[in-house]
Design a protein around this ligand. Structure first.
Ligand code: SIN
Length: 362
């Protein structure tokens, strides 16, 4: 009788063990019907925390680790097999060109794997558009790459991060998102990396693509595309960072009333190989800046005219004699994006005609 009891107890314990193993296995084994999405975390407000639920300014960015970000959105497991990697943990104003190279190389390695269908990158919103455009030019895959951030920290009432992350993962796993270049998913809106910019310091609808508009929007959990960017990116881009360990220095000089050449002189002194001039209006340059610009050009600096306005085309030979000076028009790239294209262009050539052509193609 005693032996039977012991046997029964043993059997019960074994059953419990087998059951727990099955549950654990089911929880961790991938669902073959869902896409495999890698979440690369870099920090930002989406990983931020504030003192109270009403703290939406003065919080600390980049404190929540990727595993916690994923665990905070359990619904992710219904739409993808997600796994996370903490690439950096920084506020995006401090991102460096080294960080860009590290991130881009990791993205290219992951996208070359058959078991990765798409990538989501969590990132601070302040320089989100810059990292996105850099990746747009150097990622070597048609698989979806989606950058996502939030304007409110995860601890805030109505935090926008969890839903943004959830939708970014859906987008990265959507077949229609392939071949659209690198995208930004924020506030139910899908934008192309080349065209989008942060337009408002503190609102969840901050990301806009002036004049051109979004690629698409979310309706419920479904992304709907309306158009596609025509400029070269990802698999049609000729830029290759595989063997790069640094990028050429390019500085941005801001235009304002009473401008002289002081900042241009400083950039040349700091050994800049290129300068992007965020001029007033249609990329206008003050007369007092020209002596410094001519010195810069003589020392081999490549000079791109963009605008502080933030949208619109810089008409070549419009507000400056570009042909005479050998200036390059940024087309409709804002200054921070023109800087990225110029840095990559300078890894290939210093010929201003070739670089101008790149600004028309990328
Ligand atoms: C950051 O860019 O890291 C801080 C601000 C933000 O993510 O909105």
């Amino acid at each position: 009788m005693k032996l039977n009891k012991k046997l029964l107890l043993c059997l019960a314990v074994m059953c419990l063990l087998v059951f727990s193993l099955q549950v654990a296995f089911a929880a961790e084994s991938p669902n073959n019907n869902l896409p495999n999405i890698k979440i690369l975390a870099t920090g930002g407000t989406i990983a931020g925390a504030g003192a109270t639920s009403t703290t939406t300014v003065g919080y600390t960015a980049a404190v929540t680790a990727v595993d916690k970000l994923i665990a905070n959105v359990p619904e992710l497991k219904n739409v993808a097999n997600v796994s996370g990697e903490q690439v950096f943990q920084i506020a995006s104003e401090s991102i460096t060109m080294d960080n860009w190279l590290t991130l881009a190389k990791r993205v290219n390695v992951l996208l070359a794997q058959d078991d990765v269908d798409g990538i989501v990158i969590t990132h601070g919103t302040d320089t989100l558009e810059e990292t996105a455009y850099f990746l747009d030019l150097v990622v070597k895959s048609n698989k979806p790459v989606v950058l996502v951030g939030s304007m409110r920290p995860g601890t805030a009432m109505s935090a926008d991060g969890p839903l943004n992350l959830y939708r970014a993962v859906i987008l990265a796993g959507t077949k229609e998102a392939a071949g659209k270049g690198v995208m930004i998913m924020m506030n139910d809106t899908i934008n192309a990396a080349r065209e989008v910019t942060k337009t408002i310091t503190d609102r969840v609808d901050t990301f806009q693509a002036p004049i051109i508009g979004a690629l698409g929007v979310f309706t419920g959990d479904k992304p709907v595309f309306y158009r596609q960017s025509l400029r070269k990116n990802t698999t049609t881009s000729d830029f290759d960072i595989t063997n790069l360990t640094t990028l050429p220095r390019v500085d941005i000089v801001y235009g304002y009333a009473g401008n002289a050449g002081t900042m241009i002189d400083a950039a040349v002194h700091a050994d800049a190989k290129g300068i992007v001039h965020a001029g007033v209006g249609d990329g206008s340059i003050a007369a007092a800046e020209y002596p410094s610009i001519e010195k810069a050009l003589k020392s081999g600096v490549v000079f791109v005219r963009s605008s502080r306005v933030g949208s619109g085309i810089i008409a070549r030979n419009g507000e400056a004699n570009d042909d005479k000076y050998g200036f390059i028009s940024s087309d409709n790239l804002n200054a921070q994006k023109a800087r990225i294209l110029l840095m990559l262009a300078l890894t290939k050539t210093t010929d201003v005609n070739e670089i101008q052509q790149m600004f028309y193609e990328y």
